[in-house]
Design a protein around this ligand. Structure first.
Ligand code: S3P
Length: 455
């Protein structure tokens, strides 16, 4: 029943941060662990029997919310002095009712995946989160979990705060995802673990498969087969899951920021070691390569079922490209930083099919367009498409950016400031700690000039 708070890298102060151009960025770094994989390691470890040992867990605020929630649900999750986390799970069906409201902070992944776990546990739980999370749609997970037998009381539109009453008599379902969402897919698969028989999710577009890979790593059979209109992913309920060792790769969505900075700051060369290279996450690397980016991948290997390698980016002359809508799921979190890079490329970059960006930590489609315009970049939106036009020269910069509790907007526009003609200010750097603790120190170590309140 304990969660021991880790010794974290110094947390960022609330308030504005400013980035300005300086010399080239150079060096070799490692970024913190993958956010998606970290959440899943804690959750699946928490329903396994025995000890799960997690190396490289992301100790960002989102993942710590999951650790605290799993502790409230009766699992033990503790960080050792060596930085290794150990989880003692309760077995499938063994979660207990939390004594208080689960506050998931800014973390949509915590909220949606935990709803899945709780849906088929015989307990009632109350969920809330910060102002950003309380705005985000939860009906997308509520609908399938109600079919399985869970009951909900929510605010309008399925929003949090909400109560979920798990069912003691779950019905396994076959569910076709109406949106390309790994969170919804994962919530259903996790719910299916405690339902009798087979639970199937059908996805039309491939989304990140970390839940499937992690379940297999823990010894659970996950069947993946082509079906009409997509792929059917099936779990058979009530397996015995035993604890395992997990090595979490560096988060490619975090690595995206220093790699992008290296591309646009003249003379730079940055290597990020040990990042996840799951093909369902590498849409940004593919797109940057099409734009003419000098990005090399080395030392490819597989760890805990996930492909891993080192990426090196060097300053490059870039051209605008078309990014097709069907690539969106493999780079959904990378559009803010891609849009910033596109502002430095020559020509038009058209990013299609970005409806899902409107329901992230902020309305990222609007936020990116507004923030680029504030930095003097030619940008337009057309329906769900974003079009950025660059001259091949650094844009003016000089923007003041509203982050609206969105870590990726904050990081993307600090990167913009590192190469624009004039500095860029973001109104609050604090949200960066949700996914990338140590971002400012790491970037400064490469040579970046980022000023924080209080120096
Ligand atoms: C995630 C899935 C994506 C992504 C989020 C993490 C996950 O969300 O944006 O940062 O860990 O499953 P959606 O499932 O809403 O696309």
């Amino acid at each position: 029943m304990t969660v021991i708070s880790p010794a974290q890298p110094s947390s960022l102060p609330t308030g504005p941060a400013r980035a300005r151009a300086g010399g080239p960025l150079n060096g070799t770094i490692a970024v913190p662990g993958d956010k998606s994989i970290s959440h899943r390691a804690l959750m699946i470890g928490g329903i396994a029997v025995g000890e799960t040992v997690i190396h490289g867990l992301l100790e960002g605020e989102d993942v710590l919310r999951t650790a605290a929630a799993m502790a409230a649900l009766g699992a033990e999750a503790a960080r050792g002095p060596d930085g290794v986390w150990r989880v003692y799970g309760r077995g499938v069906g063994g979660l207990v009712e939390p004594a208080d409201i689960l506050d998931l902070g800014n973390s949509g992944t915590s909220a949606r995946l935990l709803m899945g776990l709780i849906a088929t546990s015989s307990l009632t739980a109350f969920f809330t989160g910060d102002a950003s999370l309380r705005r985000r749609p939860m009906a997308r997970v509520r609908a399938p979990l109600e079919q399985i037998g869970a009951r909900f009381v929510t605010r309008e539109g399925g929003r949090m705060p909400l109560a979920i009453i798990g069912t003691a008599a779950p019905t396994p379902i076959v569910y076709r995802l109406p949106v390309a969402s790994a969170q919804v897919k994962s919530a259903i698969l996790l719910a299916g673990l405690n339902a009798p028989g087979k639970t199937t999710v059908i996805e039309a577009a491939p989304t990140r498969d970390h839940t499937e890979l992690m379940l297999r790593h823990f010894g659970v059979a996950v069947d993946v087969a082509p079906t009409e209109g997509g792929t059917a992913i099936t779990v058979t309920g009530q397996p015995e899951i035993t604890g395992r060792t997990v090595r979490v790769p560096g988060d490619p969505s975090s690595a995206a920021f220093p790699l992008a900075a290296a591309l646009i700051v003249p003379g730079s060369r940055v290597t990020v070691r040990g990042i996840g290279l799951n093909p369902r996450r590498t849409g940004l690397i593919e797109t940057l390569a099409e734009m003419g980016a000098d990005i090399a991948i080395a030392n490819q290997r597989v760890e805990a079922g996930e492909p891993v390698g080192d990426a090196t980016a060097s300053a490059s002359r870039l051209v605008g490209v078309e990014v097709p809508a069907d690539r969106a799921p493999s780079m959904i979190d990378e559009y803010p930083i891609l849009a910033v890079v596109a502002a430095f490329a020559r020509g038009r970059t058209t990013m299609r099919g970005l409806a899902e960006l409107r329901v992230k930590e902020s309305d990222r489609l609007t936020a990116v367009a507004r923030s680029l315009a504030a930095c003097g970049v030619a940008v337009e939106t057309a329906g769900d498409d974003l079009i950025v036009s660059g001259t091949g020269e650094p844009p003016p910069g000089d923007g003041a950016i509203a982050t609206n509790l969105d870590h990726r907007i904050a990081m993307a526009f600090l990167v913009m400031g590192l190469a624009a003609r004039k500095p860029v200010t973001v109104d609050d750097a604090r949200p960066i700690d949700t996914s990338f603790p140590g971002f400012v120190e790491l970037m400064r170590g490469l040579g970046a000039r980022i000023d924080l309140p209080g120096g």
